[in-house]
Design a protein around this ligand. Structure first.
Ligand SMILES: [Zn+2]
Length: 110
């Protein structure tokens, strides 16, 4: 656990950027890591370093989580559907969801 004062004493520098989670000022540690003293966690800033980019990264992350959730929900639907027409429908939706997930992961990797 490192407070702001302690961070500064250890040679960390306060950045002009703020934490995307709590809006507290972020610190850059001597090791180069970006740290939020309020959340007590490392904050990952996507290259370019702009706050907007970091926020977009977070949005993609929650989008990915939502997609994964939907895909596992479809698994239950698939197990209970018996009619070929319905199954085809479910398979099509699954296909679209998986394609979105794959594309999303490609975008996140850059
Ligand atoms: Zn924070």
């Amino acid at each position: 656990m490192k407070g702001m004062a302690e961070l500064l004493r250890s040679g960390a520098t306060m950045l002009s950027r703020s934490c995307p989670e709590c809006s507290s000022p972020l610190f850059q540690l001597k090791s180069g890591e970006i740290w939020c003293a309020n959340c007590q966690r490392r904050v990952v800033i996507v290259p370019e370093g702009e706050e907007a980019t970091a926020e977009a990264g977070l949005e993609l992350e929650s989008l990915e989580r939502a997609l994964v959730k939907k895909i596992s929900a479809m698994e239950g639907t698939l197990a209970t559907e018996d009619t070929p027409a319905k199954l085809k429908e479910v398979a099509e939706v699954l296909d679209a969801l998986l394609a979105s997930l794959e594309r999303l992961r490609r975008v996140r990797k850059g």
